[in-house]
Every structure is written in structure tokens, then in C-alpha cells.
Ligand binder design. Sequence first.
Ligand code: HEM
Ligand code: SF4
Length: 594
Amino acid sequence: MYQYTDFDQQFVQLRADQFRDQLNRWQAGKLSEDDFRPLRLQNGWYVQRYAPMLRVAVPYGEIASRQLRVLARIAREYDAPEAAVFQEAMDGQSKLGTTFLPTHCAHFTTRTNVQFNWIPLSKSADVMDLLASVGMHGIQTSGNCIRNTTTDALAGVAVDEFVDPRPYAEIIRQWTTLHPEFAFLPRKFKIAIIGTAEDRAASAWHDVGLHLLKNSAGEVGFKVFVGGGMGRTPVVSTAIRQFLPWNQVMNYIEAIVRVYNEHGRRDNKYKARIKILVKSEGQKYIDDVEEEFRQIVEIDGGPHTIPQAELDRVKACFVAPALPDVPDVAPAALVQQLQALRAEHPAFGRWLARNVHAHQNEQLRAVTLSFKRVGQAPGDATADQLDALAALVDRYSAGEARVTHDQNVLLPWVHGSQLFALWQEAKALGLASANVQLLTDMIACPGGDFCALANARSLPIAEVITQRYQDLDELDDIGDIDLHISGCINSCGHHHSGHIGILGVDKDGKEWYQITLGGSDGSALSGPAVAGKVIGPSFSAAEVPDVIEVVLTTYRDLRQPREHFVDTVRRVGLEPFKLAANAVRTQAQASVAA
Ligand code: HEM
Ligand code: SF4
């Protein structure tokens, strides 16, 4: 994985020192609340419903075991509320009828970052020092700037990859970090890069999606998409360039962002994302970008053209690690070995089929550890789990892991002959659920339990559905499905792209939920990216699990052989699902009336 240079290390430490000074001045009353707010936000410190929330950047999801250990230490020693704060939070929870306030946890996000929900601001500088000790920080994890560039969790190991996207993501990271022209955009700006035909990074839902490809002459370049985003106006991005030579990617992004900087709506927060500009201006936006690009290249001399030597330097940082010191097994013998183990241990076979992915190196496999289980929020990891994960990453994956868009963790360098040992250890830790891509492998935002912007809670809904669907045979029968939950229209839980989406809405100060069906993140399973459609009026929290159940029963009644949920919804339309869902409300109302 990419190794930071001494310069990077010094840069991150200086940033932590600067933040300590800012915190000290704020605590001493020398900086006002208004002055301190942007400074803490620029380092990833939000203030949420009960406590500060820290977002830590994990560039393109790559994370080292030594970084996981520091996250474990932060979770253990710092991710706990002060007593009065916790009491207030618990009182609020009991009014709502459930308790779901995990502490001493890190939370893996859909944009492959890590968040903490409880660290007091008074300890924030100590936490930044700890992060800096392993090259981590919160720079550009908040605010109207270019955020973490994300990619496919299988980047560099995927068998269907044309070009490894990570070196380009790293070059973009270096170039955009603290770039003054990108620091005060009209709104936040997110880029995703993929190097495969299948989109496993939800790139169509990003402000910029970069698809690596090779043209007929075998030259590497990008198809460029702009203007994707969710929120209250979900928009799938538009292709604005069919082939951009790879070395022009920074010049072209500069053109995209310059036109956005100039014409984006700064007067209205809800219309400020680039998607609104692209949608309203259409071809004019594309023409403006092409003209800006022409000027950057022809008049300014293309100052950000990437030299081959620089690409080679960055690529060299992504060489595959040395294989573990285990005997080589011929691919055919490995398949036989695994078949024998599968016959003896059906649960292992199930895990192989669901959680283990083919690899560019036939000796190796990539393995998803599932962070979706009863009693823990989707994507949450306790301090002990993080330490145990770090040990697994060292033992089985050359010290490297990946945070995935689906809020799991992927081990990219596992030797085939070690899969069984890894499975046994992961199982003992509760991280070997064979539920990848099934109903319980859901995405959820922090929702009303933590987030000040929420209309409703996400985590208790996720928990009730997870509890209800624990039978793997039943989950397998329901098959591949994306369930996504957001606590409000900001759409952090990507409800728009869920085959089933759950959205928290506010009615008379109470929590209600809208259900959408048929959304897609653009993956091979889901088909072209599209926003789901709402079925009926909203449901109460108590009704939601029953509504999900009848929606799934309706699918099972109507599906054709081997037809996935999302395909049945597309074939039969929403009506049968609406009818089934509305019957839940009618029954519930009848029982209240009785
Ligand atoms: C609790 C703290 C959080 C707050 C206050 C927050 C706030 C917001 C807001 C206001 C937006 C909308 C921006 C816009 O459309 O202009 C947004 C978008 C987004 N958030 Fe969060 N968020 C939080 C946590 C998370 C978490 C934990 C995740 C991942 C699980 C996440 C993922 C996203 C994503 C992917 C978007 C972009 C959706 C889009 O394309 O429009 N956020 N967030
Ligand atoms: S979707 Fe809404 S409730 Fe959920 S984290 Fe985002 S802003 Fe908060």
C-alpha cells in the first residue's frame, strides 16, 4: 500500500500541532466559538446531537494494521461521553423507547472513512497527535472542498480490472490537499475512480466519476462523468468526455471545478451541489468545461499534466506485498483442498461463496469480513474488534485492509491455503457472517441516535431487521439485495440507491419512514444507477420491519426462477408492493382502534 514519505509525515504532524494551538486558544477564550468552528471542521471535528463527531480520512479506503491499532486505542481511551452528556443522551433515548448508543467504537462509512461519535473536544488535540503518529488526519473530511477520493475496495486485486485506479486516486489526493482554489467551493465535492467495467464504487452518485479504460490503440484514459449526487434532488451523473488521456486528469478536473466555482449556486445551500448546475445548464456546462480545459492546456501550457515519471513513482508505491511464507499450492490443488474443506464444513463453504473474491494472483483471494451483526450498528467496530482485526490483517493480509463502500472491511492479500484458518479466527470474533450482499449486509447512517440533522433514527431500524433475519437459509433464499437506510434527506445512508431504501421523515415532530424500491448504485447486480421510487405514505418505526417483511414476501411470491429482488420490482412495478405495504398500516391502525 502507499507509504507516506517523511514530507507527508511532517505535514500531518504540523497540522496536528496547529490544531492543538487553535484548541488551546479557544479554550483560553482567545478564539470565539465562531472563529474556532471552521478550524475544527477543517480537521474533521463536527459537533453533533450530544457530542463532537470526528471523521478521519482513509484515502481510497486503504488502511494499515498499525493504523487500525491506533483507531482501537482512540476508541478504547477516548470514544466515551462525559457522564452528564451520556445521561442526557440516555434520557432522550428512553423517551424514544429504545437504546442504541454504542460507545468505544469506530464507525466505517460508505465513503470509506472512519468516524467516532463521542470524543470530547477537550481531548481532540491528543487524538489528532495519535492519528498523526500513523499518518492519519481529518483534513478535508468536512466542508465545501474536495473530499476523500474513493474507489473499488478490490482495486489492484480485482480480476476484471483494466487499470489499477489507486495511483490516480493518490495523485488526486496529493494535488487537491489544501489546494486553495478548491477550499471554498459552493458545496462539498466527491470524486470516485474505477478501473473496471462494473461500477463497485457508486461512481454515478458522485460529483465526479472517473472510469479508467483503454482506447483501441491501447492507451489509458478516463471516461468522465459529472453531476451525480443524492440529497433531496437525486441525480445520476452525466458523461461529459468519452476519452481523456490519463495524464490530463488534473487539468480536466481543474476545468470542471473552475466552471463550478464560477457558476455554482452559492445563494442556496440546497441548490449548491454541482449536480444542480449540470442539470440546469446541460450542454452549456459541458462546453464551458471543454473551453476552460482548452485554455488550461493551450494558453497556460497544461501545468498539471502528469509526467510519466511521476505516475511511475506513485505506481511503485502500490506494488503487491511479498507473499506469506507458506508453501505454494498449484491452483487446481487449492481448489481441491477448498472443496474438501467445504464438504466437511458447510458453513465455511457458505462463507467462501459469499465473502471470498477471486484475485489477480491465483494463489491469493480477497476476503470481506462482515461488520453487520446483531447488537452492533452497521459498520461499527469496538476497540477490541479493531485490535483483533489488526492482528488478522497482519497474519493474513500483509498488514493491509480496505474499508468498503458497504461499511465492511476487506482483506486483499489472503493466501488461498490460509482461508480456513482465517475463517475460524474471524468466526470466533463474530466477523465471519456469510451475509455479504444479502439483506443484513445493509448500509445505514448514524441517524437520530447521533446526528443533529436527523428526522428519525436509522440504527434501531437496522437492528430490528437484522434480528428478524438471522436465518442464513432464509437470507440466501431472498438472495442478493441492497437495503440502505438514511435518517434524513441528506442521504448519507444512500437510501436512493437501495433496492429497498428507508428514509427517516419528520411529521409533527415524530419519526416516520418512507420506503423506496428499485434504486440502484450502478453495480452489475443492480443495473444502471437510478433512484428508487416511494411506495405509499410514510410508516411508523414499529411498522417498518413488517413492511420490509411483506415487501420481501411479495417478491418471493412473484419472482421468476433465479430473479433478483430488484429485477422483480422492475418487471412487475410498484403496485403489488404498495398494496402489501399499505395492508400493514391498515392492520396496525385497526389494532390501535380496537
Ligand atoms: C453524523 C454526522 C453526519 C452529518 C452531520 C452529515 C451531514 C451530511 C449532509 C448535510 C449531507 C448533504 C450534503 C449535500 O447534499 O449538500 C451529507 C451527505 C452525505 N453523507 Fe453525511 N453526515 C454525517 C455522517 C455520515 C456518515 C456516517 C456517512 C456514511 C455512512 C455519510 C455519508 C454521506 C454521503 C455519501 C453523502 C453524499 C450523499 C449525496 O451524494 O448527496 N455521512 N452528509
Ligand atoms: S442522512 Fe441525515 S440523519 Fe443520516 S447522518 Fe446524514 S444528515 Fe444525519
